[in-house]
Design a protein around this ligand. Sequence first.
Ligand code: ZN
Length: 285
Amino acid sequence: MVHVWIDTHCHLDAPEWGQLHGVVSAERERAHDAGVGLCVLPSVNVAGFEAVRALAHEAGDAYALGIHPLFVPQADEADLDALDAALLAHRDDPCLVAVGEIGLDFFVPELCTPAMRERQWRFYRAQLALAQRHGLPVILHVRRSADWLLKGLRQCPVMGGIAHAFNGSDVQAQAFVDRGFKLGFGGAMTFDAARRLRHLAQTLPLSAMVLETDAPDIPPQWLYVTAAERAAGRAQGINGPSQLTRIGAVLAELRGLAVADVQRQTTVNALEALPRLQGLLATVG
Ligand SMILES: [Zn+2]
């Protein structure tokens, strides 16, 4: 039952996939052939709720509902009510596994003004409260914001979840683990130059880690095309969930483990972080 890979974070509804519906389903098919049994599709705004739900149902995948910090500037209070209503309406949907993607982004300059930090904090807190009320784990966007995210979790504890694209300190990693979280690792870890992140990937307990592609963002090293190469006409390869197994192989190499062991353990970890995946996995077989 746990012999498949799980991509715990991919945005298959992102506009980068283009309007052609076939591109996404072809990529999902490739991922399936590569052994990726399940994908988790987080939403980024209310307008995208139906798209992630439909895509997840089409492929037997999982989805999460939430308002992403990068979309907080355009969101309003009514969106929080819409999220509450959607979580209630789909509470018995086995494909709904978490509240996400929510969190705080203290990297993007426009989001770092005092007013915008305050607004992000308010949306984050409100969404934690919704996760608590609906008994769901959360998928967190962490960017220069780990300590603030942890502060929110202390004030409003949830059942756990995933700190996605984690790139913090050992102490922050442990604090998330202590709160029932797993840490998401993906394409960023595949770059030779990502020394600190690779060190983290080598030293954290494997039991704390889950894998993700964050598709179509964060391409792995083998798909990355430099600005100079792009100028010379080479297209950026599209990062999709089919890349997950190769990302898993990089983690296995970094840790000196067999790929099969990394696959098995990260899948078990994903099921711990997002318990509702259990029911979906049973149907994947
Ligand atoms: Zn994301």
